[in-house]
Design a protein around this ligand. Structure first.
Ligand SMILES: C[S@@+](CC[C@H](N)C(=O)[O-])C[C@H]1O[C@@H](n2cnc3c(N)ncnc32)[C@H](O)[C@@H]1O
Length: 396
């Protein structure tokens, strides 16, 4: 997710209604912390701040996406993202029988609408476009949005409450993996500490405790795989929910391909010795910062993705890796050029707007390099063109 251009230089003040909501969420988390004995892991804090029933950031009824919200994602920035993804999807659907599309965490529903339009143009509309959305509020918004935007295709869209068994087709997850709760840890005097959260009189505070066994094991595995011990005074995150999430994805896929897009890097980059303050990123009203303990319930919390662990989880679950590319390479390899073939015939204003969108999607210092796409394949699938050039699977 991207803050809008011209981002404000300091954290904006929430309006009265948002501040009141945040207070309710803070009270809920305070009580939760009390019930848990006085402190909780950061993963529990993130889970509550984002998903506490009726209160969390993703499940309460506030606007999150677009210029009136907190951040913009690739499908919100430009339909070009979904148009190229639809072409890549068709290249997979054509290899399968009775294949469908299944999107996880569909946000505002923008990507689904763009995909359905483009799949129709390509004469490749599947009978079903499934969505699995964790937030009941967003599911309602997606239904309304799709009925308004693409009424002719709305009947094909079906919301699921769990992964479909024996799915055949294409699964899409754009900026979902970075919304999975992460553990935060610090190395101090050669000891591994778990960064936990306590409730102070007015705010939430960090508190360190001995790391539990599962965190010890996870960090031990990371150190084994990168080949060195993490240094002292080193803080980072590990997403213990990532492996089970990937395993669920792979196990539901009988045949086909999963496109996972997210901000992320290889494990070596994730745990580089100089990356000593981790990968948390928070978004409030297009202001990006790294203090997750403020504005509970009204700011988005994300952590970049360790794509090596994601790939290993897929392979351990029996899948293959079709490719791993930057978002820029995905789009350029995948047919972006054809999507803008009429550029010269547009009036200047539209040319400027299209150029702006393409820059945000592809420039290295915008989303082009920070966001990656990994293809996870099941069965005998020829990787689509998006993975043909600049594949960096070998870096994982
Ligand atoms: C950052 S938003 C991205 C939305 C959309 N994919 C886009 O690109 O605009 C994350 C989305 O994932 C959903 N989500 C988070 N965790 C999920 C999970 N475990 N399963 C399904 N959806 C999830 C959120 O409710 C939200 O819709």
């Amino acid at each position: 997710m991207q803050p809008k251009r011209g981002t404000r230089p300091e954290l904006p003040e929430p309006d009265e209604e948002s501040a009141a909501h945040s207070k309710r969420v803070a009270n809920h988390i305070r009580q939760y912390i009390k019930d848990q004995g006085g402190s909780i892991s950061f993963a529990e804090f993130m889970q509550q701040a984002l998903y506490a029933p009726g209160l969390g950031y993703y499940v309460s009824g506030t606007q999150k996406f677009g210029s009136g919200g907190d951040f913009v994602t690739a499908p919100e920035i430009s339909p070009l993202f979904g148009q190229v993804l639809a072409k890549q999807t068709v290249a997979v659907l054509q290899q399968l029988e009775n294949a469908s599309v299944f999107e996880l965490g569909a946000g505002s529903g923008t990507l689904a609408a763009t995909m359905l339009r483009k799949l129709s143009v390509l004469d490749a509309l599947p009978d079903k476009y499934f969505i699995l959305e964790i937030s009941a509020d967003l599911e309602e918004r997606q239904k309304e949005y799709l009925e308004n935007e693409v009424p002719e295709f709305a009947a094909r869209v079906e919301w699921l409450s769990e992964f479909p068994p024996e799915f055949s087709g294409v699964i899409i997850a754009n900026e979902v993996a970075d919304a999975l709760p992460v553990e935060r840890f610090t190395k101090t005097d050669g000891q591994l500490k778990q960064d936990r959260v306590k409730a102070g009189r007015v705010r939430f505070n960090w508190h360190q405790d001995d790391a539990p066994e599962n965190l010890h094991n996870a960090v031990g595995d990371i150190e084994k795989s990168i080949g060195y011990r993490l240094p002292d005074d080193y803080t980072s995150e590990v997403c213990l929910a990532l492996r089970p999430w990937v395993a669920d994805l792979v196990h539901c896929l009988r045949e086909g391909l999963v496109f996972v897009f997210d901000y992320g890097v290889s494990q070596k980059e994730y745990y580089a010795p100089d990356r000593s303050d981790g990968w948390l990123r928070c978004h409030f009203r297009h202001y990006a910062h790294n203090n997750p303990l403020v504005l509970p319930g009204i700011q988005d919390l994300t952590a970049w993705v360790d794509f090596s662990t994601l790939a290993a989880a897929a392979v351990d679950s029996g899948a293959g890796i079709a490719g791993f590319v930057s978002q820029a390479h995905f789009l350029v390899n995948g047919g972006l050029q054809e999507e803008i073939a009429d550029f010269q015939s547009l009036d200047v204003e539209d040319q400027l707007e299209l150029s702006r969108q393409i820059k945000i999607l592809t420039l290295p210092a915008e989303m082009g390099e920070y966001v990656k796409c990994i293809g996870i394949s099941q069965g005998d699938i020829t990787p689509p063109s998006a993975f043909h050039l600049y594949d960096r699977t070998h870096t994982l």
